[in-house]
Design a protein around this ligand. Structure first.
Ligand SMILES: CC(C)(COP(=O)(O)OP(=O)(O)OC[C@H]1O[C@@H](n2cnc3c(N)ncnc32)[C@H](O)[C@@H]1OP(=O)(O)O)[C@@H](O)C(=O)NCCC(=O)NCCS
Length: 173
């Protein structure tokens, strides 16, 4: 499904209700990498249910994606809050990773952000994801600050707060 080179003509596009099942598939296929890596009590299958995805959309997460030849290969979401912007659910199909799709999606969301601060949360054990965001200028916040941010801006259980990290990017407009 993925050619080795990123087609230069492709564009990130806004995802619609008709993309719902394809979004779930990309998230759940890409999330398989967490199995055996994140704490066992945090893993579930499917990793994200249709109800959870619906809940995210209702909470104001807007999804964008990268498609080639009619197939959705990567998805990401953005949630604009009063004084910050969250990047939510960044996933590229396993066979399509490391060819720049994640970077294109991230650049697009950064262009949409209306606050100087952009935050992203991920599992502390997802070292590849931490590296990915660091490569794009995000910096890990302290453990205390992470707890504060996750309690303020996310709606996740305490155990997920314990096992997550937050990275922050501050842009100068
Ligand atoms: C993280 C993710 C969205 C990045 O998308 P991508 O299209 O692979 O990213 P890009 O091709 O733009 O950038 C690749 C860089 O990301 C990091 N990276 C991505 N996947 C990696 C992997 N499997 N192993 C190690 N590093 C990886 C590396 O820094 C890599 O750079 P390199 O190839 O020069 O080493 C994607 O790999 C993914 O879906 N991973 C599984 C789910 C996940 O961890 N999501 C993030 C949590 S919110």
């Amino acid at each position: 499904m993925c050619s080795p080179l990123l087609p230069v003509s492709n564009k990130v596009r806004s995802l619609l209700a008709s993309d719902f099942n394809a979004i779930l598939k990309v998230i759940n296929d890409a999330a398989q990498v967490y199995k055996g890596v994140i704490p066992g009590d945090r893993w579930k299958e499917p990793y994200m249910s249709a109800e959870e995805l619906e809940g995210e959309i209702e909470a104001g997460v807007r999804f964008f994606g990268w498609a080639e030849g009619g197939h959705l290969l990567g998805v990401t979401g953005i949630q604009a809050l009063k004084d910050t912007t969250l990047i939510r659910h960044d996933y590229v199909l396993p066979g399509c990773q490391r060819r720049g799709i994640g970077m294109k999606l991230l650049e697009y969301l950064r262009g949409l952000a209306e606050t100087p601060e952009v935050l992203v949360g991920t599992w502390a054990d997802a070292t590849w994801a931490i590296r990915f965001y660091e490569k794009h200028g995000f910096k890990l916040v302290s453990s205390r600050e992470k707890d504060r941010l996750l309690r303020t801006y996310w709606n996740i259980p305490e155990r997920q707060i314990e096992t997550s990290v937050v990275l922050r990017l501050i842009s100068s407009f």
